[in-house]
Structure formats: C-alpha cells, structure tokens
Design a protein around this ligand. Structure first.
Ligand SMILES: Cc1cc2nc3c(=O)[nH]c(=O)nc-3n(C[C@H](O)[C@H](O)[C@H](O)COP(=O)(O)O)c2cc1C
Length: 186
C-alpha cells in the first residue's frame, strides 16, 4: 500500500490551510487503499533556501534540509493543500518544494486549492513546478471558494459536494502513485 502525504501549504498565522488539510485527511482516512499522513511544512522551520549546492545534487548540509528530505523521501504520493497568493502558491510552499529534488521524483501529486477563484491559478503554477521535479500531477483537483466554502470568509464550511471531488482526486493520485512505485524500484 502506498504512503501519501497531505502537505499543508501555508505557514501564515491564522492560516486556513490547516483546517482544509485536516478535512482532506478525514475524508482520506475513510479509504483503505493507501496510508495517509498530515505533513505540516511549518514543523520543519525551513528558512529561505540556505543550501549552497543545488538540490538536484542531493548534498544537503543543513539539519532542517535533512529532516525535510527524510520526511518527503518516505512518501509515494502527495496532496498539496495550497492557498493562492497573488495568483501563485505561497512562498512558504514553493520554498519547501525547492529545497529537495530526488525525494519528489517519479511520484504522483494532486492538489486542493482555495481562494476567490478556487485557488486554480496557484495550482496551475504548481503544475509547472511539478513537471521540473518529475512529479506526475493528476487531472482532478479540488477548488474551494472563499465565498461559498468559508463562512464569513474565515470558518471553513465546505459544500458537501467537495468530498466527492477529494475522492476522485485521491483515486487518481493513488493509481499513479502505485504505478510509479514500479519505476522507482528499478
Ligand atoms: C499575500 C496574499 C496574497 C493573496 N492573493 C490572492 C490571490 O491572488 N487570489 C486569491 O484568490 N486570494 C488571494 N489572497 C487571499 C487568500 O486566498 C486568503 O487569505 C487565504 O486565506 C490564504 O490562505 P491561508 O489562510 O491558508 O494562508 C491573498 C492573500 C495573501 C495573504
């Protein structure tokens, strides 16, 4: 069974990302076709990238990089929970992604975005990054609206229909994450 990380993509005080990621985890944990884990980038206290060597060389010097690399290396697939900041993802999530290379390669990913337009522009930006990291990003994505899925633009109250979208996205991520395991074993 593959291991899938649900990655919290905001470190902002008062962030919505945590509630959204916990909701994704709750839906995921009703399934029995993968193991799911909540991964909070905030716990890794990553400064702005402070490694001298390019991540693709895999020569990590900082303890925070080694801890982050060990965590991501353990997974076969990812769900990125991303806010939209100025039509892109958060700087914190981009920075956390940029820290590593091999640990992301030949794995699968899906996205849960939120914002005034469902976080779709942030997800489009992440898809470009995934290509460079050799991550297979699935078609289905979850787009949550600040207008209709957050009461008073703050308390997360997702429309019930989004649970189905989460499961469709997970179906695709788990299928591709499982298939790519074979490639990584070679
Ligand atoms: C710096 C910044 C830029 C933002 N830009 C956008 C944007 O371009 N599009 C959008 O839909 N929401 C935008 N927002 C609103 C965020 O979607 C909203 O604040 C959301 O709660 C951020 O996620 P977080 O609470 O998990 O950090 C922006 C918020 C911040 C802080």
């Amino acid at each position: 069974m593959i291991k899938l990380a649900i990655i919290v993509g905001s470190t902002r005080p008062g962030r919505k990302a945590e509630a959204v990621a916990r909701w994704v985890l709750e839906i995921a944990q009703k399934r029995s076709d993968a193991q799911f884990e909540f991964v909070d980038i905030q716990d890794f206290h990553l400064p702005l990238l402070d490694e001298a060597m390019p991540p693709a060389m895999g020569q990590y010097s900082q303890p925070h990089t080694k801890a982050w690399a060990a965590k991501i290396d353990a997974f076969d697939a990812f769900v990125f929970v991303t806010p939209e900041y100025n039509h892109g993802t958060s700087g914190a999530l981009k920075n956390a992604i940029d820290y590593l290379f091999r640990e992301w390669n030949n794995k699968a990913a899906g996205f849960v975005g939120y914002g005034s337009a469902g976080g779709t522009r942030a997800v489009e930006q992440l898809r470009l990054t995934m290509g460079e990291l050799m991550v297979a990003d699935v078609r289905a994505q979850v787009a949550l609206s600040l207008f209709t899925d957050f009461e008073n633009f703050s308390t997360f109250k997702p429309a019930p229909s989004h649970a189905k979208s989460v499961n469709t996205m997970l179906d695709q991520v788990i299928a591709w994450g499982s298939a790519l395991q074979t490639l990584r074993k070679k």
